[in-house]
Design a protein around this ligand. Structure first.
Ligand SMILES: NC(=O)c1ccc[n+]([C@@H]2O[C@H](COP(=O)([O-])OP(=O)(O)OC[C@H]3O[C@@H](n4cnc5c(N)ncnc54)[C@H](OP(=O)(O)O)[C@@H]3O)[C@@H](O)[C@H]2O)c1
Length: 348
């Protein structure tokens, strides 16, 4: 059994990691951390996870790196980079759920997040979009798990841009997230009284996931890409839907049809059990992926203006964070990528 540690297990992505890892046949959770809950059992913080018989340790005060062979770091950016470095220095493998290692360019990172204390690790970190970078992830000791919004946008867009059938410029990504996307601590916009009867856009033209999406799409295009990305908070616990407006590539000779887009996806994701295209009249719906590692995508063409309307649904806490991190661990360990991830959706 592989010994795994969850640094930041009191948070939402940490709890989701614990929930799914506790059913994984090849791992044993050997250490969980929190500052606030240090010394108390996991079941005090999450009673539904009391079957995991572990007490929280404060990793800021105590070195936990000897207690596992692979660590998931589920901390806010900045706090994550120190923890990641300690684990790597101790010879451990790491899947980091924060944004600290997702941008290879330190200048871009520092422009959006402030100073980086271990920029030397940025070039080593592999971007953990498992369906695109599986080969690189297999040999990695540090995987930078993608953000939730980038996962939902990149899975449909990356292969379409790589194949050159849509215009890499002028993309509009209109995305909606459940409130768990903001983490466990409530604030004035995420607490129940405000969030349950409201929908709002936020961080317009300034969200930190924009450079992450653009960096990956630029790699697909082989050229600099800019997108318009508008995130929204919706009255739902978990789940994410991105609606993306695209135009066919300017020099395509054939009309871009639903069939053409679906055939690019079918080829790109032939060996990917977690990426599915909605069949027939079906459209992506976050209810059908809740608690799973799946992404459901669809495309429609507005025949009047030639625009492509692309949709993608994921669970922000699962494929957008913790189950994708487990998929990455599976690939790093040379296991089947689906190990421990055969999860039915949490209906209703
Ligand atoms: N939520 C999502 O949908 C989502 C999706 C993709 C990626 N992510 C990323 O995943 C990471 C965790 O997100 P989350 O939603 O799970 O956050 P969260 O619910 O706020 O949990 C944060 C965790 O980090 C610990 N922590 C907070 N500040 C710390 C500090 N300064 N030093 C040490 N530990 C600290 C907390 O422990 P204490 O108990 O000690 O406070 C808690 O365990 C973030 O980087 C986030 O951006 C989140």
């Amino acid at each position: 059994m592989l010994k795994v540690g969850i640094i930041g297990a009191s948070g939402y992505t940490g709890a989701e990691l614990a929930r799914v890892l506790s059913g994984h046949p090849k791992v044993e959770i050997t250490v969980i951390t929190s500052r606030k809950w240090a010394g108390r059992p996991l079941g005090d913080c999450y009673p539904g996870l009391a079957h995991i018989d572990l007490k929280f340790v404060n990793h800021v005060e105590e070195d936990v790196t000897g207690k596992a062979d692979l660590f998931f770091t589920a901390l806010p950016h900045k706090a994550a980079m120190e923890a990641v470095k300690s684990c790597l220095d101790a010879g451990k493998k790491v899947v980091d759920l924060s944004a600290d290692f997702r941008l290879a360019d330190v200048k871009t990172y520092e422009e959006h997040y402030g100073p980086h204390s271990c920029p030397e690790l940025l070039s080593e970190a592999v971007y953990g979009l498992a369906e695109i970078y599986g080969d690189e992830i297999a040999g990695a000791r540090l995987v930078a798990n993608p953000g939730c919004y980038p996962t939902s946008a990149l899975l449909p867009l990356y292969p379409l841009i790589k194949e050159g059938i849509i215009d890499a410029q002028g993309l509009i990504i209109d995305a909606k997230s459940g409130v768990t996307g903001a983490g466990r601590d409530a604030n004035e916009t995420t607490h129940f009284c405000h969030a349950h009867e409201s929908i709002k856009a936020y961080k317009i033209a300034s969200h930190r996931h924009t450079p992450e999406i653009e960096a990956q799409l630029s790699l697909a295009a082989g050229d600099g890409v800019q997108v318009v990305f508008t995130p929204h908070l919706i009255p739902m616990g978990r789940g994410m839907l991105s609606t993306i407006y695209a135009t066919p590539a300017p020099n395509t000779t054939t009309t871009v049809t639903r069939e053409a887009v679906e055939s690019v996806w079918a080829k790109a994701y032939a060996d990917s059990p977690f990426v599915n295209v909605a069949k027939g009249d079906g459209l992506p719906d976050s209810a059908h992926v809740r608690g799973t590692n799946c992404c459901i995508m669809a495309v429609r063409v507005d025949e009047r203006n030639g625009r492509l309307i692309i949709l993608s649904a994921i669970d922000n806490l699962a494929k957008g964070a913790s189950t994708q991190a487990i998929q990455n661990m599976n690939i790093m360990m040379g296991w089947d990528q689906s190990e421990g991830l055969d999860l039915a959706p949490l209906y209703p």
